[in-house]
Structures are given as structure tokens and as C-alpha cells.
Ligand binder design. Sequence first.
Ligand code: CMC
Length: 436
Amino acid sequence: MKASETKATLSFSNGGQNVELPIYKGTMGPDVIDIRKLYAQTGMFTYDPGFMSTASCESAITYIDGDKGELLYRGYPIEQLATNCDFLETCHLLLYGELPNATQKAGFTKLVTNHTMVNEQMQFFLRGFRRDAHPMAIMTGLVGALSAFYHDSTDITNPKHREIAAIRLIAKMPTLVAMAYKYTIGQPYMYPKNDLSYAGNFLHMMFATPCEEYKVSPVLERALDRIFILHADHEQNASTSTVRLCGSSGTNPFAAIAAGVACLWGPAHGGANEAALNMLHDIQKAGGVDKIGEFIKQVKDKNSNVKLMGFGHRVYKNYDPRAKLMQETCKEVLSELGLENDPLFKLAMALEKIALEDEYFVSRKLYPNVDFYSGIVQRAIGIPVPLFTAIFALARTVGWIAQLNEMIGDPEYKIGRPRQLFEGSPKRDVQPIAQR
Ligand code: CMC
């Protein structure tokens, strides 16, 4: 952290003593005012529910310029990574800070593929779930349960444990998601095939059966790989902050990542891809493109609680760069599958066009986010709608673990412990029950 020469001065209208606060500069983005000593100096907390103006940590992993619509992993633009690299190269970048050279890539790929199988007992644990359980309910349980199976990588204070837990999580998430899917449809689990790529192996575990040869389509493999890259990290979003906060207590990495999975499930976060596709389905059922006007009216009605899912973002006040790439992939996949006239894609394009011209969305700077098109791509690949958020979790795992390890590796890290503005009853005495 580089201290700025400028300092902030906090003054009080009641004549209380001014407080001088240091300001730090990052390599890019807004400076931060250091308020760590504020409570000791003034007896006051700051108040910022929703973290609208609060940087919760220092990080060197991901940078977003929301006004420009720019996303960088370790300095590299997402467009370049999505076009020139694959997911495992991106994982290496996020975890270790640099893109691998060919030798490093081969070594890293070997390391990850060595860990793709899960303990055979996990399938018995999985069997305890109802067949109609939501995949994210299953994933929250399975990921948390990894800590019961891999005792040799649960000490978060040990860098070796952290590294092996990271590799295990990245390697095993596809296996777990595919197992959760196979379980819900009553098909046998397919073991990982380590001669396939990361995305290819996932497609195989999802769609192959022991009865027939399954050939991975290179276009779908590339599309899925791109989905993984685009979702790999997104700085201090809700689930990543959850992972950091959970991990700050010293809990094991599997437990911390399970907390991230649980947070991601919500429709305002990772659950938006499922919600966006369901929304498109509903509009299609109600009459399709002709019903967009009516739907937009509902979205604008504050009493309706209807949102245009896949639109809007806390940080992006411009087109989400991931949405652009996802739209491109969407076109490629639909054309490969001969689905150029897919009614949901056409509906999504029409909805986007109308929303982008509407004063409500323009004035609030609401643009499509990554989830607007990712559902259409996943559906075209054959992934069932309830599994969409689990795919997001699979891809985000590397970001979560990179952020967690960055935090734990920092000698100055502390347990996360926000404070509050108490609005409840002052101290009072318990009355005997007859007098209450
Ligand atoms: N549809 C309609 N109105 C919206 C939407 C939307 N999708 N998003 C924001 N608004 C309105 C909101 O009602 C508010 O209006 P007003 O100023 O009149 O009260 C204004 O825009 C500002 O919104 P906000 O809720 O204060 O913004 P936020 O930063 O708290 O919320 C968000 C961000 C992503 C939760 C929200 O935009 C949203 O719920 N979008 C739909 C869900 C979605 O697509 N989520 C995926 C996010 S990207 C993937 C990920 O990171 O998980």
C-alpha cells in the first residue's frame, strides 16, 4: 500500500477535535481512506451497509473499472484471456500471479488432473439427498463435506495445505457437479477421464453413459471453457467476501468455499443465470417478443418486485465485458448446433435492445451482465437450468481459493468482525411471566 501525500480530515459540527486520516493509493482505481484507527480516536464507527464505499481488503488479483466496463485478471484484459488462453492457464494466473509457460502449463495440468477423482465414499454421502434436491443444495453439502474426506489439507495456516486444497477444489468441482447431476437423473456416475481437457472432461462426466461412446464437441468444449474463464473471479463480490470472512476465522478451505457456494446461490448473485433463463421462458410462454413491452412495464413498477434478471450490476455502470463475450459465444454455439433461430436467443436480443433504449435503464446505467446470455449458452449445451449456478460455482472456485489464500498469506490479516449501529431496546429488567 502506497501512502498518498494527501490526507483526509474529518471534522465535527459540534466542535469535536478534527481527525486526520491517511489515504492510500493502489496501482489503479479509487484511493482509500484508512479508518482503522477511527474508533480508537473518536469512539465512532463508520456506517456502510452493503459496502457501498468500503474496501474490505487489499488485493492484487482482479481489477474492475465499472465505468469503462473493464475487467482484468492480474492485469490481463478478460477479452484477451478469453480469446488466447484456456481455463487452466487462467487458474494458474489467478493462483500464482502469472500465466504459465508451456512447461508450467503441462505441470499444472498434470497436477490438477491427478486430483479429479473424489473419495469413493462421497457417492454414499450424495445418496442421502432427495433425487429432486436443487443442485446448489447438494453442492453446498458436498463441498463442505470435502473437509471430512481430505484431512491432510485442512490446516489453513499451513501454506502446503492451502496449496493442495486449492488444487483439490479446482480438480474436484467438475466431478462433484457432474455427480450431482447424474444423481438427480438416476444415471451412473462417470469417472473423470484425464486425457480430456478440463472442460471436455466435464462434458464427458455430464453427458456420457457407460453404454455408448461420447465424443466431445470442440465448439461446446471451447464455449464451456470460456464460460469458466469469464466466471473465474470478480474481485470482492458477495460470495468472495463471504469466503474471505468465513476463512478469516481460520476455518478450513473446504468449509470456507462451501460458504461461498451458499452465497452464490442467491438470485441477486450467481442464481441470476437460472432466474434470467426462467424469465425468458415465462415471457416466451406469455407470447414472446410481443409481450416485452408489458414485461418492461412490470419491471419499472416499483410495487411489482419484478426485475430484469441478467441486467444491472453493483460495479459495472457500462456494458459488462463478460456479457459481450458471452453473447459472441452464444452465437457460435447456436450456429454450431443449427439453432440460429432459437426463440429464446431472439427474445433475449429483442429484450436487450428495448431495455437499452428505455429511459428507466439508461438513467440507472443498467446494462446486461454476464448472466443475461450465459443461460442460453448453457441450455444449448444441454445443461439443465437448475444446474446453471453450480457451473458458476465450479468456475468461481479458483477465484474464491485464490482470494482466500491471498488473505491468509498476508501476515497482517485479522478475523473479519464488522460492528453495528444498535437500534434495539436499552437495558431493561426481565419481569416475572405473570406481569409480562
Ligand atoms: N431490473 C430492474 N431494475 C433494476 C435492476 C434490474 N435488473 N437492477 C437494478 N435496478 C434498479 C433498482 O431498482 C434501483 O432503482 P431505484 O434507484 O429507482 O431504486 C436502481 O436500479 C439501482 O439498483 P440497486 O438495486 O440499488 O443496485 P445494486 O448495486 O444494489 O444491485 C444487482 C445490483 C446486481 C443486485 C441488481 O442490479 C439486480 O438485482 N440485478 C438482477 C439480478 C442479476 O442479474 N444479478 C447478477 C449480477 S452479475 C453476476 C454476479 O456477479 O453474480
